[in-house]
Design a protein around this ligand. Structure first.
Ligand code: GLN
Length: 202
């Protein structure tokens, strides 16, 4: 088995290309995933930002919702940014009608939480597990995490609100590290995928 993990980016909607670039920069082989056959071939998956209602509906339409849930349940490493964070939440506080999530992280998220005046902004975010300067967080109509269950670990807060969470092999951030050219969050995820592959092959 080659040491380079193959990581997919769910390519139904959202900023797919930026994640592919960031993953490649963090030493992974990165590929778009649109079909169950493509999902079956990756060691880990990024769920990009975009619009969580649209991603949810397209996942159902493309026959990906159940295969995605099955792989997340089986422990495939997964990283959701913004709308992707919403997809990983076990519960959404204010779902749109027909909106489903994959789940995977025991957390309750609030969509578009930072309010109208603050729809988009940047802020320095210190993330547990990432050394050096804080990461520049780009928040675009971002969710925040209202609360987490015992199994979930809070990695970062902004203004007293939870904006990064990890639970086992699942990682989620409210913000978009793929837009900054700083690949440390993607590198953290690539490390999680590598560790999971090693654990699986022992
Ligand atoms: N507000 C969007 C949603 O609810 C998320 C925005 C984003 O991913 N940048 O899905």
């Amino acid at each position: 088995m080659s040491d380079t993990p193959v990581i997919g980016v769910l390519a139904l909607q959202g900023d797919v290309r930026e994640h592919l670039v960031a993953l490649a920069a963090a030493d992974a082989v990165a590929r778009p995933v649109r079909r169950p056959e493509e999902l079956a071939e990756v060691d880990g998956l990024v769920i990009p930002g975009g619009e969580s209602t649209t991603i949810s509906k397209l996942a159902v339409l493309f026959g990906l919702m159940e295969p995605l849930r099955a792989r997340v349940r089986a422990g495939m490493p997964v990283y959701g940014t913004c709308a992707g964070m919403i997809m990983l939440a076990d519960k959404i506080l204010d779902p749109r009608s027909g909106q489903e999530t994959l789940g995977g992280i025991d957390m309750i998220v609030r969509r578009n939480a930072f309010g109208r005046q603050n729809e988009s902004f940047e802020a320095a975010v210190a993330i547990q597990g990432i050394d050096g300067d804080p990461v520049e967080g780009v928040f675009i109509r971002a969710p925040w995490v209202e609360s987490v269950g015992a199994a979930a670990e809070v990695l970062a807060e902004h203004d007293g609100h939870i904006v990064a969470v990890r639970q086992g092999t699942a990682l989620a951030t409210s913000f978009h590290p793929e837009l900054t050219g700083d690949h440390r969050v993607h590198a953290l995820f690539v490390d999680m995928v590598r560790a999971n592959r090693t654990a699986g092959s022992l």
